[in-house]
Write a protein that binds this ligand. Structure first.
Ligand code: UD1
Length: 420
């Protein structure tokens, strides 16, 4: 991935103000894929303007769906779907395009797509997805780097994952909603985005119980209609902006956010000494205008544990807190790619396998950095807000995959940030 754009950030300014949190990328993507299951028109609101969502829309168009975006609303009509095939080029644009597999299998009885392959944060296998589809009656084979799945009609099955997988849970839900009979997913992922996908599917006529718990039960129905649905707020973008507030010892009010799903991150921020209050249904206020200290241990885990996606920005914060923090990354094997870049700014971090030890320093100083993945890029932006002088961050296309106009958001709360 390459991009000529760079973010230029002059650090040292306190973040103060209000940010309206974008819609959740990790909800919008499976919901867009789910639209292929519906015969009527789906109106998706609060769909973030991100390159990954654009890639999902291109996939929908290539399948024969009518897909139109107006601002943050995307309308999808899948009644004339013509193909169950996703080209290699489109698969490469977005790793999570694998989420189309369950939906296409459910809708067309056949799908063909290239292996998503490894990616920047780890090998990310899809064996749980394929094994579950087999149990539901799909025949799967590989040809010339493509996976071909066929099933005249899928049937319900009992599926149990060795570890909770967000993508596999969603993919099986998508395959199961139109399958014959009942599907039960055991050791399902409990992430809030799974509840959101179930909410969308239920609005289209699907029968799903237990989404957001470890056991999800889906009773297949004959067909799904269209609906209007609003995507939940993005808890990782919210967590990132809270880290930006905290690292500049500032104050930030997030609106349009879901504080329940932010709890694992909010409790770590409270351990650092930040005050966090939630207001009404959808606002969270953070005050970091005080002496903060390093939390002892941050261990990533499936929800409701600490989210792996928030590990890089919170690590950026910890590099500036007095004391030592140990990180244990239990989800992905290559999730410390931002460490070498944070060290360039003067951070003190040692990595051994899945463990990273961060010793807080008083001072970071601006440098030239390169984002190597989405959340690692967000960590660099967070650290740059604290660093003295100017930090230039390249390969910002990674950041655009998950943050809707991060530059304007941060500028609006006082950051000195611009694109060159
Ligand atoms: C999703 C999120 C990603 C987040 C991750 C973990 C989306 C689009 N992406 O990714 O932002 O970081 O959840 O919260 O929602 N695994 C297997 N075999 C499989 C599937 C998964 O071994 O077939 C393993 C993975 O290697 C990983 C663990 O299961 O160690 C969890 O991964 P998973 O929850 O599937 O992540 P994604 O759905 O890819």
């Amino acid at each position: 991935m390459s991009s000529g754009r760079k973010l230029l950030i002059r650090g040292g300014r306190r973040i103060e103000g209000e940010i309206a949190v974008q819609g959740a990328k990790n909800s919008a993507l499976p919901i867009l894929a789910a639209c292929t299951l519906c015969k009527g028109r789906c109106e998706i609101y609060n769909c973030p303007r991100l390159s990954d969502c654009d890639a999902a829309c291109r996939i929908l168009t290539s399948l024969g769906c009518a897909c139109k975006r107006e601002g943050n609303a995307v309308s999808v009509n899948s009644s004339a779907i013509t193909s169950g095939e996703v080209s290699e080029k489109l698969m490469r644009e977005m790793r999570s395009s694998i989420i189309f597999m369950g939906a296409l299998l459910g809708r067309c009885g056949r799908c063909r797509m290239s292996f998503p392959g490894g990616c920047e944060i780890g090998s990310r296998p899809i064996d749980f997805h394929l094994e579950a589809f087999r149990r539901m009656g799909a025949k799967i084979h590989e040809e010339h780097g493509y996976i071909v799945c066929t099933a005249a009609r899928l049937h319900g099955a009992k599926v149990s994952f060795p570890v909770p997988s967000v993508g596999a849970t969603e993919n099986v839900m998508l395959a199961a909603v139109l399958a014959e009979g009942v599907t039960e997913i055991h050791n399902a992922a409990r992430e809030p985005e799974i509840r959101d996908l179930a909410g969308f599917l239920a609005a289209c006529g699907a029968r799903i119980d237990g989404a957001g718990t470890g056991t999800v039960r889906i009773e297949g129905v004959k067909s799904l209609g269209g609906c209007a649905y609003t995507v939940m707020p993005d808890r990782i973008a919210a967590a990132t902006y809270l880290c930006c507030g905290a690292i500049t010892r500032g104050e930030i009010l997030l609106t349009h956010c879901d504080h329940g799903s932010l709890e694992p991150v909010a409790s770590v921020l409270e351990q650092t000494g930040c005050s966090i209050y939630s207001f009404g249904n959808d606002s969270v206020y953070l005050n970091a205008r005080k002496t903060l200290k390093a939390p002892d241990l941050i261990r990533t885990a499936p929800y409701p544990g600490f989210p792996t996606d928030a590990q890089p920005p919170i690590m950026a914060l910890c590099t500036t807190l007095p004391g030592t923090t140990m990180f244990a990354e239990t989800i992905f094997e290559n999730r410390y790619r931002h460490v070498s870049e944070l060290i360039r700014l003067g951070a003190k971090i040692k990595v051994e396998g899945q463990v990273a030890v961060v010793e807080g320093v008083n001072r970071l100083s601006g440098a030239e950095l390169e984002a190597g993945d989405l959340r690692g890029g967000a960590a660099m932006v967070t650290a740059a807000l604290f660093a003295e002088g100017t930090t230039k961050i390249g390969h910002t296309c990674y950041i655009d995959r998950g943050y809707e106009d991060i530059e304007s958001c941060l500028k609006s709360v006082g950051a000195d940030i611009r694109t060159v």
